[in-house]
Ligand binder design. Structure first.
Ligand SMILES: Nc1ncnc2c1ncn2[C@@H]1O[C@H](COP(=O)(O)OP(=O)(O)O)[C@@H](O)[C@H]1O
Ligand SMILES: [Mg+2]
Length: 403
């Protein structure tokens, strides 16, 4: 059977350029040019009726330019991938276009091969994301929500949340969403090195039911199995994100993803409480310094008063054994619970992973920090046991506290 052709819409204000591109495409039997447009408005109109897979979009056009059109289309038609066409020297525009949601870019003039590669690449990536999501329909257990919280900032919540998410998504046939609920200063997208085209703040304008396909448009793919719901790009957008919205979003994500990892801010805000309320597991990150221990103790008391079950809270020690730190045993005694896991300090690995934009469980999988993260992941979410594997089964769910 023949694959359906990849439908392409060409948008450029210069008719001769459109014609040249159309000719280049004629040499590629797998592509079909379904239409042409001369500016952003026409592009949006045409896209809505023609439903192309790919839009080749010029940046500079009279009327609505390519960046504005890309911004609109990436929200209104998330199934269509946009490839931006620019000339040398439009770097700043190009950057904005990618931020607006373009999937790829071409620098004019380009060859037929460059064009074909860019189109296939953008098309392939988008289709994979869609197939992964579609495969997740049907009967499935609701996903588990795991929140990472701490009584104090800077203890390693985001580091741990991002690496747990990546580790879980490396399991076969497992889909993971990471939600940045540090609404004001969230940096999950930065740590995972993705450029979100939309964020949780954009969902605010969504009317009616938040269905899966609606929500999918706001997620940014880290890879096929891990998608990011980013925090607002500007702090002033934070106000519009309410606890109710976060609660609704998390509930809905359960029906699509196997795991939902939530990174939080270190305060009991309305949004944090909504995230903790929705969680199956709360990872409480603590470090070996007195202010953090004091705040952790207080936070645990607050959680108790909110009615959270002790069994669902796991205390994780991060940056174990720094020089001059207080003794880990004393902290466990003072918190009246053992650490479910302890993650060593490894500035070299952590910093180089951030600079490379690759989480350390991927870039330095052999390092002890990575191995501890994977071990923690296996404790909080044991990999699916084979039906006859009784030993593995009995250790399912929390063996956390019986060290
Ligand atoms: N185990 C670790 N070893 C070394 N540095 C770490 C470790 N965990 C976190 N860090 C560093 O500590 C800082 C704060 O971490 P972050 O995850 O942003 O904390 P939070 O989200 O709680 O504010 C970051 O610079 C991070 O790179
Ligand atoms: Mg953080």
């Amino acid at each position: 059977m023949m694959n359906p052709k990849i439908k392409v819409l060409i948008v450029d204000d210069v008719a001769a350029t459109r014609e040249n591109i159309r000719k280049l495409m004629e040499f590629q039997p797998e592509f079909e040019v379904v239409g042409q447009a001369g500016n952003g408005e026409e592009a949006i109109d045409q896209a809505k009726t023609l439903r192309p897979d790919i839009i080749l979009m010029d940046i500079n056009m009279p009327g609505m330019d390519g960046i504005v059109a890309t911004e609109r289309l990436s929200v209104e038609m998330p199934e269509t991938s946009i490839i931006i066409m620019s000339v040398q020297g439009e770097q700043e525009y190009l950057r904005r276009a990618m931020m607006a949601g373009a999937k790829n870019y071409l620098t004019k003039p380009f060859t037929g091969d460059e064009l074909a590669t860019a189109v296939k690449d953008a098309y392939g990536r988008e289709r994979k994301v869609r197939e992964t999501l579609r495969a997740k329909g049907g009967d499935r257990e609701p996903g588990r929500i795991i929140s990472v919280f701490s009584g104090k900032g800077g203890v390693g919540k985001t580091t741990i949340a991002a690496n747990i998410a990546v580790a879980l998504a490396a399991r076969p046939a497992t889909t993971v969403a990471i939600v940045d609920a540090d609404i004001q200063f969230g940096d999950v997208a930065l740590i995972l090195n993705v450029s979100p085209r939309s964020t949780i703040a954009d969902i605010v304008g969504e009317k009616g039911q938040l269905e899966n396909k609606v929500l999918a448009a706001y997620m940014t793919a880290y890879n096929d199995q891990l998608h990011v719901l980013a925090a607002p790009l500007r702090p002033e957008q934070a106000e519009s994100v309410t606890g109710i919205l976060v609660g609704m979003v998390l509930k809905q994500l359960r029906s699509t993803y196997d795991f939902i990892i939530v990174d939080t801010a270190s305060s009991f805000s309305e949004v944090t409480i909504a995230a903790l309320d929705a969680s199956d597991i709360i990872l409480m990150v603590v470090a070996l310094d007195l202010p953090t221990v004091k705040n952790t103790k207080m936070a645990l008391e607050v959680m108790q008063s909110l009615g959270y079950k002790d069994d669902n809270i796991a205390v994780i020690l991060n940056r174990a054994a720094p020089e001059g730190g207080i003794d880990a045993r004393e902290v466990e005694a003072s918190l009246k619970r053992p650490f479910a896991a302890s993650i060593p300090t490894d500035g070299k690995t952590v910093v180089s992973s951030i600079n490379k934009g690759i989480p350390f469980v991927v870039s330095n999988s052999e390092s002890s920090v990575s191995q501890r993260i994977v071990a923690l992941t296996n404790i909080i979410a044991p990999p699916k046991a084979e039906p006859n594997d009784v030993a593995a089964k009995s250790s399912r769910r929390f063996k956390l506290f019986g060290r």
